[in-house]
Design a protein around this ligand. Structure first.
Ligand code: GLY
Length: 621
């Protein structure tokens, strides 16, 4: 059974069980600042689990593009060295949004594993969360007790990130036999190579916030089965890189690299994996850069280039792997074909840049080792910098060090690595938030806030909610800060990088307008006199500031258009910040703009502004 057939069989099974087939979301999350890459099938359903959004279906199934590099789930350094880790993979999933729960989820997982994919029931072990007796008992209907293990939170409590939906889970593990290890059961199998986890079913029950967990209104189901892992089991191969899709890709890589796979398996694995992460991320609009997600992608590319160099590649080669990848995956994911030249160019540019850096850093490497000689020790900090900044893998440094009888301060190196991880995690932590639960209840009770600010900037309204210190109250006293909710409001809430309106609501000064949960417009500020619930107030947006913000908003559209005229139609917006006194516009590009191009863009923008065209406003969800 090839990869495509496996994908289809899984989806068909769940469609037949009443699930709606939903397309994969982009691998670059569109509106979730807590997430670096799509890391699980459930990401696109996060708001449904949290009760913030409803859809026409309560059961769904997907094959989701995922990247696990950087952020909470990070497998980058393992790729190439284990039989199962990938930075890019496809996750097959079935989801229930307050529909079925543990019993059916376990039943489905068992049926799919043993009746659809015909795995040997005697070799399937399952793990449950240590206190989840219900799941344990449900599994006893399918497997004997000696095939059930209990683990703590590290293995059997799943969370998509530091915040968000989470819950205990049950995993299905396949015993691949003694050739992997002598471990008798998953407890003994520390490396996880013998008892291969191929499916995780999460019993979504909580929303984790910065201050703890709250129960979700409706217990739900989120499952994830690694497509490449089930393919390896089905095709009877020991390593995910031996499945049909990867082997085809590797055959093409052999031609491009003029090397034999048999002699250099690790390097081929790394290259075959990394080209997938890079191509899918770029196709979905990512850029390679020095910060956040862009930096993780840059590290992935550098790691691939380094492994290529071990095979003698001194010139760019990675971009040549895009076409073979399209041959393997382009029909399932047409975005690859559509963005082919853009992906190739971006990878080629980055390869060239890195090879230039390496030429320069060749000197650095030599210098670092020369300085290490008197003490026979390469400092951990230096080693980490060589890896992190110049992408020289640790094991390569270790080999060189060994050749020169120099030791590497591994402890110092690991400390630096931990520090860098902490920084990258922090970068993606969500800010302090109000507790969502009461706000969601409020919207459910009162319906969404009515926005009237396109027609008027000044209206009379009724105060229907007052928040003080995160709690609903009846009165806000003079001098107290808090938030007001009105039955209708002309205040535009911060959205998509555009700051919200400021102004006044009778004796309340509005410093910011926000939407912490879908449908709710919250006016934050300070009471200059006492305000009470049900009071009729006069809500007035600061007109001058709104106008300035609008001008900058329009200017982002003009700038985007001008950029496309000059830098090409592939330029796409990555984000923006629109305020009353400035704007920032993030976009993707293969190379920086020249001075001439910048001047041209400025001229085109100014010309457009002088044309003084009419602006039409649309509220786009
Ligand atoms: N969301 C389940 C998993 O990724 O394992």
């Amino acid at each position: 059974m090839n990869v495509s057939q496996i994908r289809d069989k899984f989806i068909h099974y769940f469609v037949a069980k009443g699930h709606t087939h939903v397309a994969s979301s982009p691998v670059i999350p569109q509106d979730d600042p807590t997430l670096m890459f799509a890391n699980a099938g459930m990401n696109q359903f996060k708001d449904i689990f949290l009760g913030k959004e409803q859809r026409s279906y309560t059961r769904a199934t997907t094959s989701q593009k995922c990247i696990r590099a950087g952020g909470k789930h990070n497998d980058l350094d393992d790729v190439g060295y284990t039989s199962r880790h990938l930075t890019f993979f496809e996750m097959l999933g079935n989801f229930s949004f307050g529909d079925y729960f543990k019993k059916e989820a376990i039943q489905f997982a068992w049926e799919v594993s043993t009746e659809v994919f015909l795995l040997d029931p005697k070799k399937i072990f399952v793990s449950v969360f240590e206190t989840d007796d219900e799941a344990y008992d449900l599994w006893l209907n399918h497997v004997p007790a000696n095939q059930i293990v209990r683990f703590g939170a590290k293995q059997n409590f799943w969370a998509m990130g530091d915040t968000g939906p989470c819950g205990p889970c049950t995993e299905l593990l396949f015993d691949r036999g003694e050739r992997f290890s002598s471990a008798k059961d998953p407890y003994e199998d520390e490396s996880g190579e013998r008892f291969l986890e191929f499916w995780n079913c999460v019993f979504m029950q909580f929303d984790k916030g910065p201050h703890g967990q709250v129960l979700l209104k409706k217990p739900s189901i989120d499952t994830g089965m690694g497509l490449e892992r089930i393919a390896a089991l089905k095709q009877g191969v020991d390593n995910v890189f031996e499945i049909d899709l990867f082997q085809n890709l590797i055959r093409d890589a052999e031609k491009i690299l003029s090397r034999r796979y048999e002699d250099h398996k690790v390097a081929f694995h790394v290259i075959a994996d990394h080209i997938r992460s890079l191509s899918f991320a770029i196709a979905d609009g990512a850029i390679l850069s020095n910060v956040d997600r862009g930096y993780v992608l840059r590290k992935i590319l550098r790691r691939a280039v380094q492994f290529g160099r071990r095979l003698g590649q001194e010139d760019p080669f990675l971009h040549k792997m895009v076409l073979p990848l399209i041959h393997q995956m382009g029909s399932t994911y047409p975005e690859l074909k559509k963005e082919q030249s853009h992906i190739e160019e971006m990878i080629l540019n980055e390869e060239e840049g890195f090879l230039r850096t390496l030429k320069r850093s060749g000197g650095l490497l030599q210098k670092a080792f020369e300085e290490a000689k008197p003490k026979n020790l390469l400092e951990g900090e230096v080693a980490f910098k060589l890896k992190d900044t110049y992408g020289i893998p640790f094991d390569e440094l270790a080999l060189m060090a060994k050749d020169m009888s120099i030791k590497i301060d591994t402890e110092g190196y690991l400390k630096e690595e931990e520090r860098a991880k902490e920084i990258s995690r922090k970068g993606f932590e969500v800010k302090e938030q109000l507790s969502m639960e009461p706000l969601l209840e409020f919207v459910q009770q009162h319906g969404p806030s009515r926005f009237v600010g396109f027609d008027t900037l000044h209206t009379n309204a009724t105060v229907i909610g007052i928040l003080h210190n995160g709690q609903f109250v009846d009165t806000l006293l003079k001098g107290q800060s808090g938030s007001l909710i009105l039955d209708e409001t002309p205040f535009y809430a911060e959205k998509g990088g555009q700051i919200g309106d400021v102004g006044s609501i009778s004796a309340f000064r509005v410093d910011a307008t926000k939407t912490p949960v879908k449908g709710l417009i919250l006016h934050e500020g300070t009471a200059e006199d006492t305000l009470v619930l049900s009071q009729v107030v006069s809500a007035k947006v600061d007109y001058a500031l709104r106008k300035e913000i609008e001008k900058h908003h329009t200017a982002t559209h003009i700038l985007h258009w001008a950029l496309q005229q000059v830098a090409g139609p592939q330029v796409r917006q990555q984000g923006s910040y629109v305020a009353a006194n400035r704007l920032r516009f993030d976009y993707n590009a293969q190379k920086p703009l020249s001075d001439e191009e910048l001047k041209l863009i400025e001229r085109i923008c100014n010309e457009k502004i002088r044309e003084n065209l009419a602006v039409t406003t649309y509220e786009l969800g």
